[in-house]
Design a protein around this ligand. Structure first.
Ligand SMILES: [Zn+2]
Length: 186
């Protein structure tokens, strides 16, 4: 008897739900510091995001900086809720794909949703996927896993990627989200 069986089945069920990767709200505390000359910093203390701001900053600059920090921390918290390693492992097994050596969130991926480096078998996922349904996230993972087998986007690549049932639907979703920006998968 394999005692892990029911556990892995449970985690597979969660893969196809429609729940977005949620960002929970939290409180913000602003500290205006005379010592702080140039940079804005932020740290979570329990449920409170404490933002330190140089005292010379205008209210408008303060608001812009706080909004940026809140956005960044919400993404960070939301991405921590998602176990990319488990998800990639389950998807790789289901679609007979290689398992990556490493798969991590990246804040600095701005022009692509995901990035695969086949030489090191590593995958980076854009934190801008936060708020998207999990079946879209899974498509991006499968897309990048497929690059562990095939580079480029030829027919052999799509043959592998379309093992994932929601590939077309997810592509449509991502195109709609990209708008005029040239956000694409690499
Ligand atoms: Zn690609």
């Amino acid at each position: 008897m394999n005692t892990n069986h029911s556990e892995s089945e449970n985690s597979e069920l969660k893969l196809f739900d429609d729940s977005p990767i949620q960002a929970e709200p939290f409180q913000v505390e602003v500290i205006r510091s005379k010592k702080r000359r140039r940079t804005v910093s932020a740290q979570m203390h329990g449920d409170v995001l404490r933002v330190s701001i140089p005292s010379w900053m205008s209210k408008a600059e303060e608001a812009t900086n706080i909004a940026e920090m809140v956005r960044r921390f919400k993404r960070k918290i939301a991405t921590q809720e998602v176990n990319l390693t488990d998800r990639a492992r389950i998807l790789a097994k289901r679609y007979s794909l290689h398992t990556p050596n490493d798969i991590e969130w990246a804040e600095n991926l701005t022009s692509v949703w995901g990035l695969c480096t086949p030489s090191t078998k590593t995958i980076r996922m854009s934190t801008r996927l936060v708020g998207f349904p999990s079946w879209v996230l899974d498509y991006v993972i499968v897309h990048e896993l497929a690059h562990l087998h095939v580079s480029g986007h030829g027919p052999d690549f799509w043959e592998i990627t379309r093992r994932y049932e929601k590939t077309e639907r997810a592509i449509g979703y991502l195109i709609a989200k990209s708008g005029d920006n040239e956000t694409d998968l690499d």
